[in-house]
Design a protein around this ligand. Structure first.
Ligand SMILES: Nc1ncnc2c1ncn2[C@@H]1O[C@H](COP(=O)(O)OP(=O)(O)OP(=O)(O)O)[C@@H](O)[C@H]1O
Length: 316
């Protein structure tokens, strides 16, 4: 086991990490610490830099600037010590071997490997242990990848879009298993496009956009960060009301389509009270909380507006 620096309990630490491909800054000045026992979801639109971040974490790529440390050492040393199990999108599996043989191999090479039957069972692939890997469905192949990532007693498990190609019940079973691993004290980091998974499974959500971390908190924090409430109503005399609407308090974002006004508000009570105080007569008024999906869209949309020199209103 590599030496940990005294007073450095973190599982992973990115310090001012930048990774550039030609003109594209895939990761741009990333500072991030993962602590023991966290289940962390990494979210972001396509091309945000999630896979590159995981590659840097696992030492598959080196940063152009900054440092990545895993368990107080280099990613390569941490991997060699069996401290990390990973399930990535890229890289084909050997197709001519049987599932059991492949998983057995992963158990054998892991410095703290588990018995193969335990791994097959936990990953939900015991029933297909004698199938050839090349004959598996997409969802089954994902579960075999998961078995490989959990073949030994790794302290950190890294998963890049683990439930792609799984149906709903396979996903539920998968996250049930993951929860069990997290409850044993493992740190889990997973990239996903399924926001409901992040909401249900993660205790910390990271949102990346254009290589930068733009939100970091509990799912509830991230929702609150986007503005807590969505207000929708219709107005008949909307054309004359533009200035009033723009002057409403706690305005996160304002959209007007036809007669319908959509507002994201950081204080819905104050905004709605001001609507009435201004003498507006809203019809069909609705106030609702943002889901993580809407929060995510709001945050990434706002960030784009800021980067493009958007107004304070659209930038929150
Ligand atoms: N090997 C590479 N060569 C050139 N550009 C790359 C390479 N890998 C990634 N990129 C670029 O870096 C940026 C970040 O890509 P990355 O795959 O890390 O994003 P992502 O958030 O994982 O995206 P997705 O959700 O689509 O998987 C993108 O603009 C991508 O086109």
């Amino acid at each position: 086991m590599p030496q940990q620096h005294t007073g450095e309990p973190e599982v992973a630490a990115f310090t001012a990490v930048t990774k550039t491909y030609g003109q594209v800054k895939a990761v741009d000045g990333l500072d991030l610490t993962l602590r023991p026992g966290e289940t962390v979801a990494l979210l972001g639109p396509n091309g945000a830099g999630k896979s590159t971040t995981l590659d840097l974490l696992l030492g598959l790529r080196n940063p152009d600037q900054g440092t990545v440390r895993l368990f107080g050492t280099t990613p390569q040393q941490a991997l060699a010590a069996g401290l990390v199990g990973a399930m990535l999108q890229s890289g084909g599996l050997m197709s001519d071997v049987k599932v059991r043989e492949l998983v057995q191999f992963a158990c054998d090479v892991h410095p703290r490997g588990y018995p193969v039957d335990r791994v097959l069972e936990t990953a939900g692939v015991a029933g297909i242990a004698d199938r050839r890997v090349g004959k598996l469905s997409g969802g089954q192949e994902q579960r075999v990848r998961f078995a490989l990532a959990t073949a030994g007693a790794s302290d950190l498990i890294v998963l890049d879009e683990p439930t792609v190609a799984m149906d709903v019940s396979a996903r539920q079973a998968f996250w049930g298993t993951m929860r069990g691993l997290a409850d044993e004290g493992r740190t889990v980091l997973f990239a996903t496009h399924y926001l409901e998974e992040a909401d249900q499974v993660a205790d910390r959500v990271l949102v990346m956009h254009r290589g930068r971390l733009i939100a970091d908190g509990t799912p509830a924090d991230v929702k609150a960060r986007a503005g807590a409430r969505r207000i929708v109503f219709d107005l008949d005399d909307i054309a004359e009301r533009d200035a009033v609407l723009r002057g409403l308090p706690a305005l996160g974002a304002l959209e007007v389509h036809g007669r319908t006004v959509r507002i994201r508000s950081t204080d819905a009570d104050a905004t709605v009270a001001a609507v009435y105080r201004a003498g507006l007569y809203p019809r069909n008024l609705e106030v609702a909380g943002l889901g993580l999906e809407q929060a995510f869209l709001a945050i990434t949309h706002d960030e784009t507006a800021v980067q493009q020199g958007g107004t304070e209103e659209s930038a929150r």
